[in-house]
Design a protein around this ligand. Structure first.
Ligand code: SF4
Length: 203
């Protein structure tokens, strides 16, 4: 294959089911870009942090991998995808008829053309307002009781149409769920997101 695109560092690609947020339950092809300097203590993909540990892949090659599946949605996640210019990737995916979904901490400027943007802000490296404004979905990972206040603060920065989700951090799920349930009952514009792929035992 003759490749003209800039390659991107890719930790893994796989076809699975979106386990979280608004598109929970939808089949989706995942492209996990490598590289992240946000440093969440509870990160469940720490092996993604060092981009040098992962091979560079050309966009043409990534599109071919998607084409080998019946996916309609491609979710670009990380790592932190916005550490890279995602323009060529989203252009190529959309040219082939795929929906482009982004999962980001919002800590880097936006690049690429996205059909859906999920921002999951992290205290360790705060999100940029320009990214928060574009979010279709705000997903707050709840690890500690102080995170409720943090979630409310972050919700001030998104557009009024942005969907709001609270998601217990996986290792704290049992401890956090009662307080999350109570919070949602008192603030019904927020919804619960559970990582159903972890229950299903899929990636
Ligand atoms: Fe891990 Fe995501 Fe946090 Fe980066 S932003 S450290 S990949 S959870």
């Amino acid at each position: 294959m003759h490749c003209i695109s800039n390659p991107l560092p890719v930790m893994e690609t796989f076809y699975s089911i979106q386990g979280e947020g608004y598109y929970q339950g939808h089949a989706a092809f995942f492209i996990r870009l490598a590289g992240c300097d946000v440093g969440c203590v509870w990160c469940d993909v720490k092996e993604s942090w060092d981009a040098n540990q992962h091979p560079m892949q050309h966009i043409e090659n990534l599109v071919e991998q998607v084409k080998a599946t019946k996916a309609e949605i491609v979710i670009v996640t990380g790592g932190e995808p916005l550490m890279y210019d995602c323009s060529q990737l989203t252009t190529a995916l959309q040219a082939n008829g795929y929906r482009t979904h982004l999962e980001t901490s919002g800590a880097y400027p936006i690049s690429g053309n996205w059909d859906w943007i999920c921002v999951s802000p992290k205290k360790f490296k705060a999100p940029l307002h320009e990214v928060m404004q574009l979010a279709n979905e705000l997903k707050m990972v709840m690890y500690h009781s102080s995170d409720f206040q943090w979630a409310k603060q972050q919700a001030e920065f998104v557009s009024e149409n942005c969907l709001l989700f609270l998601q217990p951090e996986w290792s704290k799920e049992k401890q956090m769920l009662p307080a999350i349930t109570q919070f949602i009952q008192e603030n019904p514009h927020w919804k619960l997101s559970l990582q159903i792929h972890k229950y299903l035992g899929v990636r």
